[in-house]
Design a protein around this ligand. Structure first.
Ligand SMILES: [Zn+2]
Length: 270
């Protein structure tokens, strides 16, 4: 597994704890308990163990001895629509590009449907999928759902994922794909990333070659990054950025910060 975290002598995990170069193991059960207080917009009814009210032919036996009711909570929909429209307004998800998702529980997340204008999304444009990317409600999920699913499977604390197609991410990732990463170093804005408290920080954002075979691409990301807790996101060459957060607010802050930092690097190369 490559490592792309901070290029300092002591690796710092996203929680701010020294990891000694190892990802911090996270128990889903521990995340669930913490999440009841820390995840905005999700109620206890939406957490694992709740909502097993009726049988479901789509995922028999998937959740414990019962099944989940695959309703879409209004709070999760509102959070997701807000994240998507914010990124569209900044020009990072134009022409139906990009996709956004929010975790519902340890087994499911909600994601934007395929091919929709991210500036005009409605709640009915979202659907619920499992952590393998299978749709649990009506509609066709975004083609890049396997990449979101990889993040949720490997990063139990993550509750939101943002994927953008900005000019800076597109141009830089294509120019630097041979190096395999973009270095973000010395910028005050780095402090917007969780666990970073000084501009004297250097972060490597990994770059993967783009691939229209998304399941294969997701497998490559999984093999290279796994759930590395020192990685804040990654780039797909000539394509865009994936980043995430332990809360939707953190994911929104990370996408804004990383997009800003990529623009700084791009301007610096001109
Ligand atoms: Zn994309």
């Amino acid at each position: 597994m490559r490592r792309f975290g901070r290029a300092s002598s002591v690796e710092i995990g996203k929680s701010g704890r020294a990891t000694g170069g190892r990802p911090i193991p996270v128990e889903i059960s521990a995340w669930t308990q913490r999440g009841q207080q820390s995840r905005p917009g999700l109620t206890s009814e939406e957490l694992p163990g709740a909502g097993h009210a009726r049988a479901c032919s789509r995922c028999p036996g998937r959740v414990g001895s019962s099944v989940q009711e695959h309703r879409l909570p209004e709070s999760a929909a509102a959070t997701l629509l807000s994240l998507a429209s914010r990124c569209h307004a900044r020009g990072w998800a134009l022409a139906t590009s990009g996709n956004f998702s929010v975790r519902l529980d340890a087994h499911r997340f909600v994601i934007t449907k395929s091919g929709l204008d991210k500036g005009a999304l409605r709640a009915e444009d979202l659907l619920v999928v499992d952590l393998e990317g299978n749709a649990l409600t009506e509609g066709r999920p975004s083609a890049e759902t396997p990449l979101h699913a990889q993040i949720y499977r490997r990063r139990a604390r993550v509750t939101a994922v943002a994927h953008t197609h900005s000019v800076a991410a597109t141009v830089l990732s294509r120019a630097l794909v041979a190096e395999g990463y973009v270095v973000l170093s010395g910028f005050e804005m780095l402090k917007a990333l969780v666990g970073v408290n000084t501009h004297e920080t250097s972060i490597r954002l990994p770059i993967f070659p783009n691939d229209q075979d998304v399941p294969r691409l997701a497998a490559q990301v999984d093999a290279e990054l796994g759930g590395d807790d020192c990685v804040y996101g990654y780039l797909l060459a000539g394509h865009g950025l994936y980043t995430w957060g332990d809360t939707p607010t953190e994911a929104a802050r990370h996408v804004e910060a990383i997009e800003f930092l990529l623009e700084c690097v791009l301007h610096g190369k001109r």
